[in-house]
Design a protein around this ligand. Structure first.
Ligand SMILES: Cc1ncc(COP(=O)(O)O)c(C=O)c1O
Length: 394
């Protein structure tokens, strides 16, 4: 059997390796506390599940769905954008439901990237931007996200020769993994830059609803002219704890949305309709659950930050998102530190380098861990620290 070069050169997906390591430890009877994957532990709110169960009973929802999703869902997405961001969208042309944002993010590369083309991809970043680019035969050009620049890409530093062969620019705020946020000034700058260099922009914004201390993230679609050059990926995964149901959306530029619809109509057969009805319920009913979840995450965020600071690790307090981006102690690599925590105290954190070379020196801790586990994990971090009495952390 001869596999494609694409598959032969494929590195295992970051979390596959971490999940494997946890399973090995658990098989040995060891208790592991995981701050790894960003998968909300809080269940999907009951009103959404009720609608899902009701829709699942209806034989009309047992058949193939349409690629473009139910018109009622597209309308619900457009109305949610209007209410939440004051952005107007044509539900027929500027909205496309997805089988989770990840699916659309991976597939949109096929709409833009021919072999040899370049996509601008942040580093560190959610790994699917570069995976999609590579699957399409393209090359990612990495834009460093560094603390000195508030984890925003320095667009002016991209060489002209790169821009000449670039078709796509990826951005993501609130950011995974750094926890950084972007304001409208930055998004306006991105639009101008894209217009100047004839780039299509993909903004990935699945964490816009997970925010703290009254902060409200903005949408890329609020930027002047955003719809002329770009789209925004979004998801119900993190807003409504619906990771397991697989539903998201892309909105914005009609030509880009249509291109993705054409690709998808050849590759998948849409989102199960019962799940689409659950999504309509989530988007159109009371949004109180979002604040309730954010209160929980905010409390966890504060506990984690306090413990990290107590043990001498540097980490900024994020305004949004599900992650803490913490600096590793002096003398450790991000993998070395993560491995030491797992081996010595059974705590899983994600090595920053897994998100790109500029993630070296950091680990990511996810706040999607039930309170009991969180407290146990934090006390284990303290145990780890006290076992290293000679260690100079900073
Ligand atoms: C930045 C980012 N984009 C997209 C996704 C995927 O979202 P979905 O569950 O809708 O596929 C994630 C999931 O962790 C993410 O962190």
């Amino acid at each position: 059997m001869k596999m494609s070069r694409r598959v032969e050169h494929l590195a295992p997906y970051l979390f596959v390796e971490i999940t494997k390591k946890i399973a090995e430890k658990k098989a040995k009877g060891e208790d592991v506390v995981s701050f790894g994957i960003g998968d909300p532990d809080i269940p999907t709110p009951p009103h959404i599940i009720d609608r899902l169960c009701q829709a699942a009973q209806d034989p009309a929802n047992h058949r193939y769905p349409e690629t473009e999703g139910l018109p009622e869902l597209r309308q619900a997405i457009a109305e949610w954008y209007k209410r939440r961001f004051d952005v107007s969208l044509d539900a027929n042309k500027e909205v496309l439901p997805l089988i989770g944002a990840k699916e659309g993010i991976a597939h949109i590369a096929l709409c833009f990237i021919d072999p040899g083309d370049t996509a601008l991809v942040p580093d560190p970043a959610y790994p699917v931007y570069s995976a999609g680019t590579r699957f399409a035969g393209g090359r990612p050009y990495y834009l460093p996200l560094v603390e000195e620049n508030s984890f925003l890409p320095d667009l002016d530093a991209i060489p002209d020769y790169i821009l000449r062969r670039t078709k796509l620019l990826w951005i993501n705020y609130p950011n995974n993994p750094t926890g950084a946020v972007a304001d409208l000034d930055f998004f306006n700058k991105v639009v101008k830059f894209a217009q100047q260099h004839n780039l299509a922009v993909c903004h990935d914004g699945p964490y816009s609803e997970v925010a703290f201390d009254g902060y409200q993230p903005v949408s890329f679609m609020q930027a002047d002219g955003a719809k002329e050059i770009g789209v925004e990926f979004h998801s119900l995964s993190k807003s409504y704890n619906m990771t397991g149901w697989r539903i998201g959306m892309v909105v914005g530029n009609a030509v880009m949305v249509d291109a993705l619809k054409r690709v998808k109509s050849n590759l998948d057969s849409g989102i199960p309709q019962a799940i689409q009805y659950a999504a309509i319920e989530a988007l159109t009913s009371s949004q109180e659950c979002i604040q309730e979840h954010n209160n929980i995450y905010q409390r966890r965020r504060d506990l984690v930050i306090e413990m990290l600071h107590n043990i001498g690790l540097e980490a900024q307090t994020p305004k949004a998102g599900l992650y803490i981006w913490a600096k590793v102690p002096k003398g450790y690599t991000s993998v070395g530190f993560a491995t030491d925590l797992l081996d010595k105290v059974g705590v899983v954190v994600t090595p920053g380098v897994g998100y790109g070379k500029n993630g070296e020196g950091y680990v990511r801790l996810s706040l999607t861990i039930p309170d009991a586990g969180l407290v146990k994990g934090l006390s284990r971090l303290a145990t780890w620290r006290s076992s290293k009495s000679g260690l100079k952390i900073e």
